[in-house]
Design a protein around this ligand. Structure first.
Ligand SMILES: [Zn+2]
Length: 214
């Protein structure tokens, strides 16, 4: 039985939270915790009779982490992120222009580095460090299911913006080179918008990868 992937666009800029379900064990992992996602994700899990076993944060921009502390508290599931995410999870910055929009700090329970794996039933998600849009950004790649959860690494038609603090065009180029190694039929589930595939995005990724921004 295949993985079941439910998408919940949440918050003011429709950030995708994903509920990734292993139908055999009825376990699920969550990818990202946007504003107003805690209730819908837990309802989604209840409706489908699944237990949330892990919450993975792709990167620490506010629109991906606002509900992280609540989700961890209410589900009891551990929270995982890259080591470089720790300072921004423990000392989150409010979104620009709105200091009243406080984000509850938290420390991750598990650190995910490049080359680590996240297990869900028989599935093995490979952690790929994909900096560029954010230095701490990770993607989860499941080679058998041929899916990639990339946060804001890669969208339909382009990469995540690099005009933000912590972003790097040099790292973005290196990350695109790395993701070009994935097969065409890998479906990419991004942090915003509709899914795409590596094959569909490959032409512009090749252009970016062959540029030398340094
Ligand atoms: Zn972002």
């Amino acid at each position: 039985m295949n993985l079941e992937i439910e998408t919940f666009p949440c918050g003011p800029i429709a950030t995708n939270a994903y509920l990734v379900i292993d139908p055999e064990t009825r376990q699920a992992l969550i990818v990202d915790a946007p504003p107003e996602s805690a209730d819908v994700l837990q309802e989604g899990a209840r409706d489908r009779g699944v237990r949330i076993s892990l919450v993975v944060i792709t990167h620490t921009h506010w629109d991906h982490i606002v509900d992280a502390a609540r989700l961890r508290r209410e589900t009891g599931a551990p929270l995982a992120a890259h080591p470089l995410a720790v300072p921004r999870l423990e000392g989150p910055r409010p979104p620009l222009g709105d200091p009243s929009f406080a984000i509850e700090p938290l420390s991750p329970d598990r650190l995910l580095e490049d080359g680590d794996t996240v297990e869900l039933g028989r599935w093995r998600f490979h952690v790929i460090h994909t900096p560029g849009h954010a230095s701490e950004q990770i993607s989860l790649f499941e080679p058998a299911a041929r899916v990639l959860f990339g946060g804001d690494t890669l969208f339909a038609g382009g990469y995540g913006r690099i005009d933000l603090p912590g972003a790097s065009v040099v790292q973005t180029v290196a990350t695109m080179r790395r993701l070009l190694e994935l097969p065409d039929d890998v479906t990419v589930y991004p942090g915003h918008g509709q899914p795409t595939t590596i094959g569909r995005e490959r032409p512009w990724m090749i252009q970016v990868a062959s540029s030398s921004p340094a």
